[in-house]
Design a binder for this molecule. Structure first.
Ligand code: B12
Length: 457
């Protein structure tokens, strides 16, 4: 059998753990393995936070042939530690690590002898092929699988990943997780329960803070609108879903497909409310009106900075005018707006930070988040920080920007101040009460704190 798991949250870093959302990528992996005939169990330990002893007990009970672990850069240490404690009690089991960090820096994982394989990029096909060889104990075959990295006598082997035909993927294996333990609600939607879905993979833009192409390539692929509707139907029928959060970076990347999807949603009469993320230069009035009629209640835009100089430096390819125009169009279409800014990107000055705050005030989004920028491995801004030496190292692979004017602690202070000033302004408190009702507002106020650095609400 195969055990798939996430690791407990990092304990050493000042992470706020944000919303409890199920690990969608791992559910895709589980579904692909089940389709190939494997028995699969999942432990979302990011949610369950079981101790290493409990994880060992579980492994002893299940006796898995393979354990697959998701690894992000912030959970690298936890991932290594998890692999080590698993191998203590199950030395023969093979450990496969996938996800963001495995895609960027597979070598860093393979330095740990307990980790046998790293999967780079999308994992469904790679792990299914790998599992087939491991089950047959054909380790030469395993080392030739596309998209994997492993140790060999001559160093680390890295096999180029292959792209999957997305419509062939089974629906994520939601049945393997205790969905009732997750936050199936989101502040941007009245409908409950809410589930997350993904409709595309990859982004063709080249923002300096991102390295998504290492995971999905520099192309954008989408599920067909028909496939998306089939999954929405499945969610409604099996899990009682009433709201959906489409977690993709650029929901409206291809407007024709977005329009087709909206038409299908309207025709389906499923009456789903939804929220999506996109870029301000990927919307126009026509598509927004259509999205609104298809149930879109809120759009999340990454604004990043209120300084054109900084937007240009981070290669955002967006102007402050485009941002304001998109906000006007959303309001006209009666779609609420959530947005986020990053504080402390290379080239930023204190005056730029203040420009971001002033711009946020001017935009007056329904929700606004300020995150301290943490550079992720191998992204252009990460390389820039290392080259200029202007950084504070926060963890093995994570850096924040440092200048004579601010360091990480000061950025955290500014973040809290901006958050407080923005959300405690009387007009925004009134808006929230109007939107949420007095009782919900009071409940939420108790939990109102700055959201995590990963940009997840
Ligand atoms: C939803 C989400 C969450 C959810 C669910 C997390 C999860 N484990 O899936 C929650 C809210 C819990 C969360 C938490 C965190 N997240 Co998060 N999250 C996202 C988000 C918005 C979508 C992820 C997603 O579902 N993508 C779609 C699926 C299909 O892709 P996928 O998850 O990448 O999975 C594919 C591959 O990576 C691979 N794969 C993944 N896992 C495995 C495992 C194996 C064994 C194999 C073989 C392959 C494999 O195959 C999958 C299918 O092809 C992304 C941003 C984005 N736009 O992608 C950030 C993102 C992944 N998160 C990020 C971060 C930093 C975090 C946290 C550290 C935040 C925190 N402050 O604590 C934690 C870490 C949680 C953890 N232990 O994994 C960063 C990661 C950056 C990095 N270099 O590591 C991202 C990229 C956001 C960002 N830009 O900063 N997150």
């Amino acid at each position: 059998m195969i055990l798939l798991m996430t690791t407990a949250p990092p304990s050493n870093a000042p992470w706020f753990h944000g919303k409890r959302l199920p690990p969608l990528g791992l559910m895709y992996i589980a579904a692909a393995l089940e389709q190939a005939g494997h028995e699969v169990q999942m432990l979302d330990n990011y949610l369950m936070q079981q101790s290493t002893e409990e994880v060992q007990q579980l492994v002893l009970k299940l006796q898995p042939t393979i354990v697959g672990i998701t690894c992000g850069s912030a959970t690298y240490k936890k991932c290594v530690e998890t692999a080590q404690v698993i191998k203590q009690v199950a030395p023969k089991c093979k450990i496969i690590v996938g996800g963001w960090h495995a895609s960027y820096m597979p070598e860093s994982l393979l330095e740990t002898p307990e980790i046998d394989y790293a999967v780079m990029g999308e994992g469904e096909q790679a792990i299914t092929n790998l599992a087939a060889f491991i089950m047959k104990e054909d380790y030469i075959g395993a080392s030739n699988v596309a998209g994997i990295a492993c140790r060999s006598s001559s160093g680390v082997i890295k096999n180029e990943p292959k792209f999957i035909n997305m419509d062939e993927l089974p629906f994520p294996a939601r049945h393997l997780l205790p969905l009732e333990k997750y936050d199936r609600n989101i502040e941007f939607l009245k409908a409950k329960p809410v589930d997350i879905m993904s409709i595309s993979r990859g982004c063709t833009f080249n923002c300096g803070f991102c390295e998504t192409k290492k995971l999905w390539g520099n192309i954008n692929r989408q599920f067909s609108p028909q496939r998306v509707i089939a999954e929405v139907n499945d969610l409604v029928n099996k899990y009682g879903t009433k709201g959906i959060y489409f977690i993709n970076d650029n929901f409206t990347m291809r407007k024709n497909q977005t329009a087709e999807l909206c038409d299908l949603l309207i025709k389906s009469k499923l009456d789903i409310e939804w929220v999506c993320d996109t870029r301000v230069d990927l919307v126009n009035q026509e598509i927004l009106e259509k999205m609104a009629s298809a149930g879109c209640k809120t759009i999340w835009f990454g604004i990043e900075s209120g300084s054109q100089k900084v937007l240009d430096h981070i290669n955002r390819n967006i102007t402050l005018e485009q941002i304001q125009d998109a906000f006007k169009m959303c309001r006209k279409a009666d779609i609420q707006i959530a947005c986020s800014f990053m504080l402390g990107m290379p080239s930023e000055t204190r005056e730029d930070l203040m420009a971001s705050y002033r711009f946020a005030e001017k935009l007056d989004a329904d929700w606004c988040q300020f995150n301290v920028f943490i550079a992720y491995p191998d992204s252009p801004l990460w390389r820039e920080m290392l080259e200029t030496g202007k950084y504070t190292q926060l963890d093995d692979f994570l850096y924040s920007y440092k200048t004579d004017e601010f360091d990480y602690d000061e950025l955290m202070r500014i973040q809290k101040q901006f958050f407080k000033d923005y959300h405690r302004a009387p007009k925004r408190i009134l808006n929230r009460i109007q939107r949420e009702g007095v009782l919900n507002f009071a409940k939420r106020r108790l939990s109102l704190k700055p959201v995590d650095n990963a940009g997840i609400a």
